[in-house]
Design a protein around this ligand. Structure first.
Ligand code: DSN
Length: 441
């Protein structure tokens, strides 16, 4: 055996990892760095009106980009399948405790990677293939994972969808009750992605009790409002509540499952892991914990209240400027704008508004005759704009700007009116400069 001293200098020089440890992204991968830089500029320079998007805090971004991305932590705090999980346990326990406190419930699973997986976990825990569940129809503002025929939820289960009434464009609870009595679903889902009215959780509870169904609320869109007291809580009415964490809740892109009755603990936890997922994304779990701390701060109540106030102002301004709001207004953060009377499609409106630096998505309206790729409407929301500081006055202006662009499209067709769009872009620039996003980053 050699007794010569190890020449560490020579060995580290041979195994040069300087760049690996030191290079920032701009040096390591200029193409990706450039795309991220442009995305930051896009978020800064355009007004984000997509109802499901928001602007996470710098602290949330930091946790999401942290060294926890390196860590495997299959299992749950204190019961892991890997060593070295001490700090993973710290962040996951904090995330669980904060989620429970925030939503006033007894149990939380903070590991689902996404909204789809949190809902799949509930199905895996409670249903067998072929079982019946009920959910809001995608065409009436429901979600893909609530039984759409193209989604696993619609392929593997017998789905009985309820919709909104043609006249009121709101959920008809008598229809929900009649369908539940007839189909005896194992689960009834309330919650959606394009429904701007208050969810009547006690009424859903009464129906679920009558037919012996589990009541699941997917509160993804409104969970920030629930956390901030600006929408009634699904607890104690719902048995299980799921939510994404990146919409009005303003956390990282991810999901959670919440419940009160211990009988669901084992099936739900087992469904998330090992049923569906392997190692949880611990960097995202850490970022969720940060977001829950932010939402527990009293200032978040003010944020939630302003989201709704701003949505009402935006809806009123759009109406005053000649656009129809589905169901006549909004109680939450979002609204659907019906463009039928203008003979403008949602597709063309989305493109025209984007040219004017206003970002939104085309969206089917109830009983839409156009395809989901074209649509007769757009969906708008206020969480992101409210985060950057816009208030009622700014959202009233935004309503006017949207109407101007739509009128340009109504007059000239899909190309829109270039002069109007340029003028709107300038006014958007003024608003964005007054309310900067990630200053100093
Ligand atoms: N895609 C989301 C939305 O925009 O509402 C829901 O998952």
């Amino acid at each position: 055996m050699s007794t010569a001293p190890v020449d560490f200098a020579a060995r580290t020089a041979a195994h040069s990892m300087d760049g690996f440890w030191k290079d920032d992204l701009a040096h390591a991968d200029p193409e990706i760095a450039a795309a991220i830089g442009k995305e930051l500029a896009r978020q800064r320079d355009k007004i984000e009106l997509i109802a499901s998007e928001n602007i996470a805090s710098r602290a949330v971004l930091e946790a999401a980009g942290s060294v926890f991305t390196n860590k495997y932590a299959e299992g749950y705090p204190g019961k892991r399948y890997y060593g070295g999980c001490d700090y993973a346990d710290v962040v996951e326990t904090l995330a669980i405790e904060r989620a429970k406190q925030l939503f006033g419930c007894n149990f939380a699973n903070v590991q689902p990677n996404s909204g789809s997986q949190m809902n799949q976990a509930v199905f895996l825990a409670l249903l067998n293939p072929g079982d019946t569940f009920m959910g809001l129809d995608l065409n009436s503002g429901g979600h893909l994972t609530h039984g759409s025929p193209v989604n696993m939820s619609g392929k593997w289960f017998n789905v009985v969808s309820y919709g909104v009434a043609r006249e009121t464009e709101t959920i008809d609870m008598d229809e929900v009750a009649a369908k539940a009595r007839e189909s005896k679903p194992k689960i009834i889902i309330c919650g959606g992605t394009a429904y701007s009215r208050t969810w009547d959780f006690p009424a859903f509870r009464a129906i679920a009790d009558e037919v012996g169904a589990v009541l699941l609320c997917d509160m993804s869109h409104i969970s920030g409002l629930v956390a901030g007291g600006a929408h009634p809580s699904p607890f104690p009415h719902c048995d299980i509540v799921t939510s994404t964490t990146h919409k009005s809740l303003r956390g990282p892109r991810s999901g959670i499952i919440l419940w009160n009755d211990e009988k669901y603990t084992k099936p739900l936890n087992m469904a998330v892991f090992p049923g569906l997922q392997g190692g949880p994304l611990m960097h995202i779990v850490a970022a969720k914990a940060v977001a829950f701390k932010e939402a527990l701060d009293p200032s978040f109540r003010d944020y939630a209240r302003r989201i709704v106030e701003n949505a009402r102002a935006l809806a009123a301004s759009l109406e005053e400027n000649g656009l129809r709001i589905v169901s006549g207004g909004t109680d939450n953060h979002s609204m659907l704008v019906d463009l039928t009377a203008k003979n403008v499609t949602g597709k063309d409106a989305e493109k025209g508004l984007d040219r004017a630096f206003l970002t939104c998505n085309k969206n089917g309206i109830p009983y839409d005759t156009r395809s989901p790729f074209v649509t007769s409407g757009i969906r708008l929301g206020t969480p992101a704009g409210t985060t950057r500081g816009f208030g009622v006055e700014e959202f009233r202006t935004i309503g006017k700007l949207i109407a101007e662009v739509v009128d340009g499209l109504a007059k000239n067709g899909p190309e829109g009116d270039a002069q109007i769009e340029e003028s709107v872009r300038q006014r958007v620039a003024t608003l964005c400069a007054a309310f900067p996003v990630y200053p100093g980053m």
